[in-house]
Design a protein around this ligand. Structure first.
Ligand SMILES: [Zn+2]
Length: 300
């Protein structure tokens, strides 16, 4: 069941990203009748996707109601008390019954968690982060040792989408595989190759755009050093983050570097990193994004 849900969401994500990439291409085009038509078709395709999704949500909601009604009926049929009637009688929903039979106590209404918005565990409530005056969804503890470790190793051979590895959960139901990108020392390397995501994302679209600009300005073709789809981002290690070893974190030298960085510098590195993480977590929370997994955030 979980696996088919994963397949379903992946298919949806694919359909949506196809629309987005078509839109990215459209943005680069001139404003003509053809491009307006193309845009109109994109809007139609987008609306179709939204329409399909709404229909699916409706079916799920109907199914949910049916399930809840069904459980109610079963409860009514076999719960206490039964009305005083003939020796054998029919219950409200048609089950044959008799006085003195065994029955179950009807307890409080069973509630089935809504399938659409899931994984919002009750323990996660909104807590005011006074530093930014924002109600952030998280859990509360009165003992520091109840704070869960930040990373967990995930390994499920039947999961064909999320590879095994170290993951973290930055807001409820948002899981990210911890990346280990190559780090370069900002004081030694100036090329900045692949350190920024190219705004055109796709290499072909980027090439097309640069050809267009070169032709337009009658200038030489510029090389784009940014990272394109499928390429791994390179992180730049600045002195402001770790002054003794700016490349600290580079997987190739990390085990050597941990011996040479002191606690003060580590505090600084953590300060940078945690601030980046909480800012992103607030972004996810504010934009209400949940039930997602990112297995390769270092790949464009
Ligand atoms: Zn580019």
């Amino acid at each position: 069941m979980d696996n088919s849900l994963q397949l379903y969401t992946t298919t949806l994500e694919k359909s949506f990203s196809l629309l987005v990439s078509k839109y990215c291409k459209l943005q680069l085009k001139d404003h003509t009748e053809a491009s307006i038509n193309e845009g109109t078709n994109l809007i139609k395709d987008g609306s179709k996707l939204v329409h399909t999704l709404k229909k699916h949500i409706q079916s799920l909601e109907t199914l949910l109601c049916d399930c809840e009604d069904f459980i109610d009926e079963v409860y009514d049929d076999i719960s206490h008390p039964q009305p005083e009637e003939d020796f054998v009688y029919s219950t409200a929903y048609g089950m044959l019954s008799y006085k003195g039979r065994d029955h179950i106590e009807r307890k409080k209404q069973i509630t089935i968690p809504r399938p659409i918005v899931k994984s919002t565990k009750e323990e996660n409530k909104r807590v005011l982060l006074h530093e930014i005056d924002y109600q952030f969804k998280t859990y509360t503890v009165d003992n520091l040792t109840n704070i869960k470790p930040m990373f967990g190793y995930y390994n499920n051979p039947s999961d064909k989408i999320n590879p095994p590895g170290l993951y973290c959960c930055i807001v409820p139901s948002v899981y990210i595989k911890v990346p280990f990108p190559e780090l370069i020392d900002s004081t030694r390397e100036y090329s900045r190759v692949r350190s920024i995501r190219c705004k055109y994302r796709d290499k072909n679209i980027c090439d097309e755009q640069r050809f267009k600009m070169a032709r337009y300005h009658n200038s030489n073709l510029r090389t784009c050093n940014f990272a394109h789809r499928g390429e791994q981002i390179i992180k730049i290690g600045y002195q402001s983050r770790c002054s003794s070893i700016p490349r600290f974190g580079d997987p190739a030298t990390l085990l050597r570097d941990v011996k040479n960085v002191n606690l003060e510098e580590i505090k600084n590195v953590i300060m940078y990193g945690l601030n980046d993480i909480i800012s992103s977590a607030v972004w996810f929370d504010y934009n209400n994004i949940s039930n997602v997994t990112y297995p390769d955030i270092d790949i464009v």
